[in-house]
Design a protein around this ligand. Structure first.
Ligand code: GDP
Length: 719
C-alpha cells in the first residue's frame, strides 16, 4: 500500500499540516515537511494520541466545570445569606454532568503533560501566565459571557472580542480540532472561555419559555433514530431498504424523493428516521433545537475499517449522550470481516455486546436485506429500554428538520413534533419565522391534519424559510407568533452586526480612524504567477504611515474556501485578480462576512484601496432579484426581433431591468430587457402568474424551457 503524505493525513484528521508536524515531532519522529510520507503504524499512533488527548481534555473540562459550579454555588449561598432569602437551589445544568469527574491532581498533571507535548508547552503556559494574574484580581462575574450553547467558533470569538484564529489555536492546544464555523458544545465553550478569562452563562432562545409546559402527562412514545457513518459505508442504501420494505402496499411509488424524516411502521412498533445529511447537520440540530435524536445507528462497512467520519459520528453521538447501535453493513461481500471490524470498533470505545461490552452490533446487508429486520428489532428494544415519553396533548413544539421552496407549493418545512399535538390551523414560530399551518403532509405526501410526538410532517404556511435545527413551537395565537418571530429577528440582526467584525474596504477608513486597524491583511489570488506577484507588489506599495498592507497569502487559481477561511481567521480581505470565486468560497464569504473583491485591471485595485484608506470608497452594488419567468414559446416578430413567449413564475418582470438567461442551470446570456409585451401592448411590468413576451437587447437565441432571472443592481449604503 502506498504510504500517505503528511498533508493527506492532516486532511483526514481535519488538522492543519503544521499541527500534525508538530505532533509528530513531539512523538520523536523526524519529519521534514508536509510532503513527507508516513507509514500506517505512525498514522495509527497518531490516531491513538489524538484520542487520548481528547479524552484528557474532556476530563479537564469536567474538572473546570465542577470548579465553576462550586464557586457559583458558594457565591449563591453567600448571596442568600446576605439577603436572607430562602431560594430553592437551582438544579445544576445537565450538560457535561454525565461524565464522572476524575481525581483532580492526576488530571491536572496529565493535561499539563499532554499540552506540553503538543506545542512544547511554551505557548500554553505563556498564555496562562498572561491571563491568570489579572484574572485572579478581577471578580469573575464582571466577565461573564451570556451566550447560547453550541455557538460557532467565530461567534464565540466575537463574543469575547477575540480573533477566531486565537480560539482555534486554543482549541488545538486542548486537542480539539475545529474550524471557524464549527459549533462547540457547552463543555468546550466553557473551557475556552475560561482560557480567555471569561465565565459562561448559557442563555435560552427568546420566547422558549412560551413552550407549553403543563400540557398533559407524559405518555410513552416511539423513538427517533438518526443514521450516521462514513461515506460509502451504506447509509443511504440502508435507509432506502428500510423504506422500501416498509411502504404500505400500493404506495411504493410514493416516496422516491429525498425527505428529511419519515416514519416506518414495523411489526414491533413505529420508528421515525431522520435523514440528516452529514454529521455537521446533526450538531447544528443539537445546536439550535432540542436534541431531536434518541438513538444513533452507526453504519460501518464490514469490508472496511473505522474511518475518520466513523470516529466523528461516534464523537457526535457521545457528545450528545445518545446511545449508539452499530449496523455492520455489507456482510454479503466476500471480504467482509466482522470480527476484525469489531476489534477495530472496540479500540474506539465501542465494545460489542457479545464480547461483554455495552454496544449492540447487528450485521446487515443493506443490499440484500439480511439482518435488517433484526436491526429494527434491536432499535425497538433499545427504545423500550430508554422508555421515551412525551405529552400527547397540548400545544405542540419540536424542531425543524429541513426547509425548502418548492415550485407550486411554496415554502415547505419538514418538522419533527417532540411534544403536544399539532393541528391544522395552528399558529407557530419556527426559528425567526412565524406562520399558520395551512396544510400538513406525511412522507407520502398524503394530507394529514394531526401530528403527535416523535412524528414528522411537512407543513405549508410558514412566512419565510427557517433553518434546519431551528426550534418550532405553537403559540397561543397568531399575534404572539408574529411578535416572537419579530423579536428574534431583531436579536439576530444585532448578533449579526456584532459579529460583522471582519474588516471590509467599506469600513477600513473608520476602523483606521478608530485606531482599530494598523495593518490591512490581504489574500491575493490571481490567474498566473506573474500577475499575482504584480498585484502583491502594487498592494504593498500602497501602504501609508497610518496603515500598512500585508499580503498574508498569495496563490494562483480561483478563490476557494480556504482563502476565505484564512481571511476570516485573520480579519483580512481577499482580492481576486482575473479569477473567479468558487461557489463554496462565495457561500462562506457571505456567511462569514468576508470582503472578497474581484478585479480585472490592476489600476482599479489600487484606486479602490486608496479610496478605502481615505474613506472615499463608493457604496457597494448589490443585485436585487425582481422575478423570474420561464420561456414557453419563441416567436419571431418583424421589426422587433425574437420574442420569448414566457410565463412569469415568480415576482415580476420589469422592462429595462437586467435579465440573466439560464439554460439547464448555466447562464447563457446577461443583458437588458428592451421589450415587454402583454398580447400586443407594450407594458412596464408583468406579475407572477401571467404570460408575456420578453425581448432582450442583442439576443435572439431563446429556447423553450429557458429561465429568465430578472434583477436590478442597487447601491447599498454602508450601515
Ligand atoms: P453512503 O455514502 O453511506 O450513503 O453509502 P451508499 O448507501 O451510497 O452506499 C455506497 C455503496 O455501497 C453503493 O455502491 C452501494 O450499492 C454499496 N452498498 C451499500 N450497502 C451494501 C451492502 O450491504 N452490500 C453491498 N455489496 N454493497 C452495498
Amino acid at each position: 500500500m502506498p504510504r500517505k503524505r503528511i498533508y493527506q493525513v492532516a486532511r483526514e484528521f481535519n488538522l492543519s499540516s503544521e499541527a500534525l508536524l508538530e505532533m509528530l515531532r513531539g512523538m520523536d519522529h523526524t519529519v521534514k515537511s508536509h510532503m513527507s510520507a508516513i507509514d500506517d503504524e505512525t498514522v495509527e499512533a497518531l490516531t491513538q494520541k489524538l484520542r487520548e488527548e481528547k479524552e484528557e481534555v474532556k476530563k479537564e473540562v469536567a474538572r473546570k466545570k465542577r470548579i465553576i459550579e462550586e464557586s457559583r454555588a458558594e457565591k449563591k449561598k453567600a448571596e442568600q445569606k446576605k439577603t436572607g432569602q430562602k431560594k430553592v437551589a437551582e438544579p445544576p445544568r445537565k450538560v457535561g454532568l454525565r461524565r464522572r469527574v476524575p481525581d483532580q491532581k492526576t488530571v491536572k498533571e496529565t493535561v499539563k503533560k499532554v499540552v506540553a507535548g503538543l506545542d512544547g508547552g511554551k505557548r500554553a503556559r505563556k498564555k496562562k501566565r498572561r491571563l491568570r494574574p489579572e484574572e485572579e484580581v478581577v471578580e469573575v462575574d464582571t466577565k461573564t459571557l451570556r451566550i447560547t450553547e453550541f455557538i460557532s467558533v467565530s461567534e464565540l470569538a466575537a463574543a469575547m472580542s477575540s480573533k477566531p484564529a486565537d480560539v482555534i489555536a486554543c482549541c488545538l492546544r486542548m486537542g480539539v480540532m475545529t474550524t471557524v464555523n464549527q459549533r462547540l458544545d457547552a463543555d468546550t465553550i466553557g473551557a475556552i472561555a475560561d482560557e480567555f478569562g471569561f465565565t459562561v452563562d448559557f442563555v435560552k432562545e427568546y420566547g422558549s419559555e412560551l413552550v407549553e409546559q403543563e400540557g398533559s402527562p407524559a405518555e410513552l412514545r416511539h423513538a427517533v433514530v438518526t443514521i450516521m457513518g462514513h461515506v460509502d459505508h451504506g447509509k443511504t442504501s440502508l435507509l432506502d431498504y428500510i423504506r422500501r420494505s416498509n411502504v404500505v402496499a400500493g404506495e411504493s411509488g410514493g416516496i422516491t424523493q429525498h425527505i428529511g424524516a419519515y416514519e416506518v411502521e414495523t411489526e414491533g412498533g413505529r420508528i421515525t428516521f431522520l435523514d440528516t445529511p452529514g454529521h455537521e447537520a446533526f450538531t447544528a440540530m443539537r445546536a439550535r433545537g432540542a436534541q431531536a435524536t434518541d438513538i444513533v445507528v452507526l453504519v460501518v462497512a464490514a469490508d472496511d475499517r473505522v474511518m475518520p467520519q466513523t470516529i466523528e459520528a461516534i464523537d457526535h453521538a457521545k457528545a450528545a449522550g445518545v446511545p449508539i447501535i452499530v449496523a455492520i453493513n455489507k456482510i454479503d461481500l466476500p471480504d467482509a470481516n466482522i470480527d476484525k471490524l469489531k476489534q477495530d470498533l472496540a479500540s474506539h470505545g465501542l465494545n460489542p455486546d457479545d464480547w461483554g461490552g455495552q454496544t449492540l452490533m447487528v450485521p446487515v446487508s443493506a443490499k440484500k436485506g439480511d439482518g435488517v429486520d433484526h436491526l429494527l428489532e434491536v432499535i425497538l428494544l433499545q427504545a423500550e429500554d430508554l422508555s421515551l415519553d412525551a405529552p400527547k396533548e397540548g400545544r405542540a413544539s419540536g424542531v425543524v428538520i429541513e426547509s425548502r421552496v418548492e415550485q407550486g407549493r411554496g415554502i415547505v418545512v419538514t418538522i419533527l413534533v417532540e411534544k403536544g399535538k399539532l393541528v391544522l390551523g395552528d399558529p407557530f414560530v419556527a426559528g425567526i419565522r412565524s406562520g399558520k399551518i395551512r396544510a400538513m403532509f406525511n412522507e407520502r405526501r398524503r394530507n394529514i391534519d394531526l401530528v403527535g410526538p416523535a412524528s414528522p410532517a411537512e407543513i405549508l404556511g410558514c412566512q419565510g424559510v427557517p433553518q434546519a435545527g431551528d426550534s418550532f413551537m405553537v403559540t397561543r395565537d397568531e399575534r404572539e407568533a408574529r411578535e416572537v418571530a419579530l423579536k428574534r429577528q431583531m436579536l439576530q440582526r444585532e448578533k449579526d452586526l456584532r459579529r460583522g467584525g471582519h474588516i471590509s474596504l467599506q469600513d477600513l477608513y473608520s476602523r483606521i480612524q478608530a485606531g482599530e486597524v494598523k495593518e490591512l491583511k490581504v489574500i491575493a489570488k490571481g490567474d498566473v504567477d506573474g500577475s499575482v506577484e504584480a498585484l502583491a507588489d502594487v498592494l504593498e506599495g500602497l501602504g501609508t504611515e497610518e496603515v500598512s498592507i500585508r499580503i498574508i497569502h498569495k496563490g494562483v487559481g480561483p478563490v476557494n474556501e480556504t482563502d476565505v477561511l484564512l481571511a476570516a481567521a485573520s480579519d483580512g480581505i481577499v482580492i481576486a485578480f482575473h479569477v473567479g470565486v468558487l461557489p463554496k468560497g462565495k457561500e462562506l464569504s457571505k456567511r462569514e462576512k468576508v470582503d472578497v473583491r474581484s478585479y480585472n485591471v490592476i489600476y482599479e485595485v489600487s484606486k479602490d484601496i486608496q479610496a478605502a484608506m481615505e474613506g472615499l470608497l463608493g457604496p457597494i452594488i448589490e443585485e436585487k432579484v425582481l422575478g423570474s419567468a420561464e420561456v414557453r414559446k419563441v416567436f419571431s416578430v418583424s421589426r422587433v426581433g425574437t420574442i420569448a413567449g414566457s410565463f412569469v413564475t415568480g415576482g415580476s418582470i420589469v422592462r429595462n431591468a437586467s435579465a440573466r438567461l439560464v439554460r439547464e442551470g448555466e447562464t447563457v446570456f446577461e443583458g437588458k430587457i428592451n421589450s415587454l409585451k402583454r398580447f400586443k401592448d407594450d407594458v412596464k411590468e408583468v406579475s407572477q402568474g401571467y404570460e408575456c413576451g420578453i425581448g432582450l437587447e442583442n439576443f435572439s437565441d431563446f429556447q423553450d424551457g429557458d429561465v429568465l432571472e430578472v434583477f436590478v443592481l442597487e447601491e447599498v449604503q454602508r450601515s
